[in-house]
Design a protein around this ligand. Structure first.
Ligand code: FEO
Length: 168
């Protein structure tokens, strides 16, 4: 059993995860348009991963006996600039998500809601990994700058990303 306040917060986080998925799909579509197909594949897999995150929260809410009423998902941008700009936007977004999850974890602790706190710790750890991965991609893109061959290499590497393991 979770409190009504926590239920509201988790429904909002569920919406934020769906927005993340939507944002990555928009980024993927944009990269397909500018012919960075490796980046497009990477971002599409990130979309899948975000759907997994949303589903993890959804399943938790259902297990807690909550009637999940879904909210509208905001429209993401459709233009992102260079590939470096795409991943910079991704990092900024993930940093905001980490902030939301930290605030939520604090609330769970204040409420002594350890079940929700445990769920949120999975997400907090996941954020560390996501920020590190995107940060690494940004470093590589900064290194190659405008060099066509370098960009092609990075794009190829992004295209070899394996499919994510579904979140339990
Ligand atoms: Fe669901 Fe990228 O955080």
């Amino acid at each position: 059993m979770i409190s009504q306040a926590m239920e509201k917060e988790l429904l909002s986080q569920l919406n934020a995860e769906f927005y993340s998925a939507y944002l990555y799909l928009a980024m993927s579509a944009y990269c397909s348009k500018i012919e960075f197909n490796g980046a497009a594949r990477w971002l599409k897999l990130q979309y899948d991963e975000e759907i997994g995150h949303a589903t993890k929260i959804y399943n938790y809410l259902v297990d807690q006996g909550v009637h999940v009423v879904l909210d509208a998902i905001n429209q993401p941008p459709s233009e992102f600039g260079t590939v470096l700009d795409v991943f910079t936007s991704s990092l900024e977004h993930e940093q905001k998500m980490s902030e939301l999850l930290n605030v939520l974890s604090d609330k769970a602790l204040r409420e002594k809601d350890h079940a929700t706190y445990n769920l949120l710790q999975w997400f907090v750890n996941e954020q560390v990994e996501e920020e590190a991965t995107v940060g690494e991609i940004i470093s590589k893109l900064k290194l190659v700058k405008e060099d066509g061959y370098g960009l092609l290499m990075v794009d190829n590497e992004l295209g070899s990303r394996p499919a994510p393991i579904p979140a339990a």
